[in-house]
Design a protein around this ligand. Structure first.
Ligand code: CTP
Length: 409
């Protein structure tokens, strides 16, 4: 695995604050060292009551310091932060988030966070009440605004008998978030931009047990979210039904039907700099039955009456004031050749009125659920750029290149 930083091993500081999930940080440490990272562990004093320094130094192969007075002649509180390529704190308690937000530097870890100029990933773990408290919500929002990546905690069983949101994200997801940062080209051209992305396929209820849906996996939208986050954006993923997991570090809003997706996007568009409609939204929905549709003994079929849904993308374009937010649409087309694909794409771009339209040929290849794709990006300015077949992460980066160039221009 290549996580070199200019010919040397990437330097990662793993901060551990005092929560029961501290033991899971051992797995994060393992994952990072096995990926070739040079990891220095900086536990808080409270963290050492959960997992002792012998464990950290044995697993990292390095001495472990907690306070700024240890090895003071080497000025660790400044050096560690300055020299790190990435800092990751797992678990980050509510207290640690609060201290990081307010620039309090009363131990080695918070000093390191204050001197750091590299990307910082915070993996929170706490009880649901603490995560949902307005103080924590505000702290997380401020940290994200400053460019720190605050991962969303998982939901599930907490320390006691209770369960809810607040579990430490999976160690593998934390390691992946760090490695994503180390592998990427150092570009932060979307830094601070608020981006709302819809992804996945909507489901329209027919009766209490059945729905009309589509094949969308959500994969392209998830890659757009992951790459935007890596380029510095603050990302909201409005996730309809997906077969892939959303990336850690983005706000996820779950929706099911076209109407719910429309509401979620309408709510977010006015405060977004960029909106991307990557979701496969139903164009038609059944008029729902309140009770289960039964078959009879005659063997007769049923006729499903479908009514039109709203065009979410066109609605977002119509509702914006001036040129904000910048709006990107997708087009799923079945064309017999490249010329027809482009003609269909141009006509759709005109109809929808968005700034960029990413055109897929869904007939030629299996785009839905496939790990790769080839697209043409059409601009309202008449531009046209082809992205050759590649992974959906590469396609996502190509789309962000086009967006960033337009926003700069
Ligand atoms: N879209 C939308 N609301 C809908 C249907 C589609 O916002 N009810 C969005 C999609 O998210 C996509 C774009 O419109 O960004 C184009 O979707 P596509 O399925 O290609 O086109 P349609 O508008 O459905 O037109 P048609 O099916 O006639 O090609």
């Amino acid at each position: 695995m290549d996580v070199d930083a200019g010919g040397r091993r990437s330097r990662v500081v793993l901060g551990v604050s005092g929560g029961i999930a501290a033991y899971k940080a051992c797995e994060v440490l393992r994952g990072l060292t096995e990926s070739g990272c040079d990891v220095t562990v900086v536990p808080t004093a409270a963290a050492l009551t959960f997992v002792g320094s012998a464990t950290w130094s044995a697993l990292s192969g390095k001495p472990v310091a907690t306070d700024v007075w240890q090895d003071a002649h080497r000025v660790p509180h400044v050096r560690l932060g300055q020299e790190a390529d990435v800092i990751v704190v797992a678990p980050a308690t509510a207290d640690l988030l609060a201290r990081a937000t307010h620039g309090i530097a009363d131990d080695l870890l918070t000093n390191v966070l204050l001197t750091a100029r590299c990307p910082v990933v915070l993996a929170p773990a706490m009880h649901t009440e603490m995560w949902e408290h307005p103080a924590t919500r505000r702290n997380v929002a401020l940290l994200r605004e400053r460019g720190m990546i605050v991962l969303e905690p998982d939901s599930g069983r907490l320390t006691g008998a209770d369960s809810g949101k607040g579990r430490l994200p999976q160690p593998a997801a934390i390691v992946a978030a760090v490695l994503d940062i180390l592998r990427r080209e150092p570009t932060d051209d979307l830094r601070g931009l608020r981006i709302a992305i819809s992804a996945g396929g909507t489901r329209e209820a027919w009766d209490p047990v059945r729905f009309v849906g589509n094949h969308s996996s959500g994969r392209q939208g998830v890659e757009l979210a992951r790459t935007a986050l890596a380029r510095g954006a603050i990302v909201t993923l409005v996730a309809a039904h997906m077969t892939v997991e959303p990336p850690a570090g983005v706000e996820v809003v779950r929706v099911s039907s076209a109407a719910e997706l429309q509401q979620a996007m309408q709510d977010r568009a006015p405060t977004s700099d960029v909106v991307v409609m990557a979701a496969a939204v139903a164009d038609f929905r059944p008029v729902p039955e309140s009770t289960k549709v039964k078959k009879d003994d005659t063997g007769a079929g049923v006729t499903l009456d479908l009514e039109r849904t709203a065009d979410v993308l066109a609605g977002l374009v119509a509702a914006r004031s001036g040129s904000a937010p910048f709006i990107v649409g997708f087009a799923a087309e079945t064309a017999t050749d490249a010329a027809e694909l482009l003609a269909l794409g141009r006509a759709k771009l005109m109809r929808k009125g968005c700034d960029l339209l990413v055109v897929n040929d869904v007939g030629a290849d299996e785009v839905f659920g496939s790990p790769d794709n080839a697209v043409v990006i059409l601009g309202a300015d008449g531009s046209q750029a082809e992205l050759p077949r590649q992974g959906k992460a590469g396609i996502a980066d190509g789309i962000w290149d086009a967006v960033a160039a337009r926003l700069r221009g």
